[in-house]
Design a protein around this ligand. Sequence first.
Ligand SMILES: Cc1cc2nc3c(=O)[nH]c(=O)nc-3n(C[C@H](O)[C@H](O)[C@H](O)COP(=O)(O)OP(=O)(O)OC[C@H]3O[C@@H](n4cnc5c(N)ncnc54)[C@H](O)[C@@H]3O)c2cc1C
Length: 600
Amino acid sequence: MTIFKAPVRDIDFVLNEVLDYQNHYKTISAGAEATPDMVEAITAEAAKFAEEVLAPLNKVGDEEGCTWNDSEVTTPTGFKEAYQMWVDGGWQGLSHPTEYGGQGLPMSLGLIKSELIGTANWSWGMYPGLSLGAMNTVYVHGTEEQKNQYMPKLCEGTWTGTMCLTEAHCGSDLGQMKSKAELNEDGSYRLTGSKIFISAGEHDLTENIIHIVLARTPGAPEGTKGISLFIVPKVNVNADGTLGERNNVKCGSIEHKMGIHGNSTCVINFDEATGYLLGKENEGLNAMFTFMNTARIGTAIQGLAASELAYQNALPYAMDRYSMRSLSGTKNPDKPGDAIIHHPDVRRMLLTAKAFAEGGRAMIYDAAKYSDHMVQADTQAERDAAENELGFLTPILKAFLTETGLESASNAMQVFGGHGYIKEHGMEQIYRDARISTLYEGTTGIQAMDLIGRKVVLDGFKLYGGFCKKLYKFGFKNLIGGKRRGYSAKLIGYTLAWNWHTVKMVARASKNRDAVGAASYDFLMYSGYLSMAYYWARMAEVAATKLASGEGDPAFYQAKLETAEFYFSRLLPRAKAHGGSMGSSTDSVMGMDLERFTVR
Ligand SMILES: Cc1cc2nc3c(=O)[nH]c(=O)nc-3n(C[C@H](O)[C@H](O)[C@H](O)COP(=O)(O)OP(=O)(O)OC[C@H]3O[C@@H](n4cnc5c(N)ncnc54)[C@H](O)[C@@H]3O)c2cc1C
């Protein structure tokens, strides 16, 4: 079984010492409640719940999985009881308005619970996690009546929500969607169609499930411009909020899959089910982006969680497994061999996971400030600006952190040697569970196209320019006055190179549009390594300052500096390879005729 210890000190370091969250909370209305004591108490309670309740269920969930019987789904042993504790603890509405029974705390504070829960037991965490997306979507796009009808129960956690986009013939290309929604005389709609791969689509944790569903109305325009969004409850809800009759929504089956066995992945069939338009007709995909962006940041956390859990479990094994002698001389003379942590290659794997986990945490928690502003800024202009900034970062966070999370999980398995491949230690579960993260919520390829196409080129390089400016500003400031000037120099150098590669790529794309697609993955990975370098440079500055002042635990800050050094020396240079690849000819990807792909 895997072990999990909530990285409370690391979270505190990022929030308070690097990202200055206390000052950030002064800039939003909900921030007044988020005092240091409150943040500490929430972290401690979430840590306890994650360590004591959810972590022990991680293996149970994997081994038992969910079971389907005539449209009902039973979750693994212990999931239901844990969920009831979650509801009793008032966790679901932590960051949602008090008028709907939430606690009105900042969105960013919700990330702490999401990280801790997700690392302890990703499958379980998906039930309340998907529900958060449904809550945000109803809150942003719902009418007052819809909010009053659905938000209190969703905030309470006694109902959960789902995201119903995918159909058998289309996941990335939602323009091909076929589910239809026909208007009833009373203003509601009849929804007919089949959605597949719906996470938490059916389960036994709550009395109702609110499906947020994309479908087409009759005569709607072709493609993504003709898609609308609907609320479709599993059990109809009366005007007074009480439960009515069962709706015509049924779970047709659940998937048997590689990982996340504790979370139900469902076929959901709508057979003239009653639904209600959410937002405007034919503007459903835009509205659904509220859900997808929540889910994408959630999936970025899955990447961080995989790195963290992989590292935490590989470390004690590396300390306690003895194999051959260290190259630089015997380290454990009383043992038949030295602990494998003395071998550079094992350290490389451990440090890679550690650097990705801690760097990823800083990236996500900083981006979360934008989500606070999106919800709580004073003016619409400020809210829009925050949404745009977060929109730029989202594909980087989602794709880069899940790719690196998967690498960490693979490395941590490798640290165990053959013992990583068998079930006993739980290392293969980390990998299997993490594997989905680069696929759902937009594959890495789709995120890469979104970043380079919509967020960079179509945006006219505004957000990209602003992002580069932030890196240059930090770099030049610390090149002169910083404690780790070498990192600042590297940050500036890599940003300059990124700009150069981008210009060249755009020039190539003016002659051949495939140049963008051919470069997109490398462009995204370069963006990821560069962003993480910015946060490692920031963390190193803080750690060096604290060490110089003699404040706090020197071993903690020293470890930060050493991990930063590893990141800048061993991981950041990978960006050069991505730059090189990005800069090479489009023909090297697109030149081969389809006929010549054939195996002979
Ligand atoms: C366990 C699990 C849980 C899920 N949960 C949900 C859920 O809760 N709700 C929901 O609606 N869906 C869910 N999904 C569906 C998931 O989001 C989709 O599977 C995913 O978006 C990919 O869609 P697809 O499978 O149709 O692949 P496709 O869209 O067919 O893509 C196949 C490949 O082609 C690539 N590709 C496609 N188009 C392009 C392009 N234009 N440029 C470059 N590359 C391209 C993709 O990157 C991918 O590599 C889940 C899936 C799984 C397996």
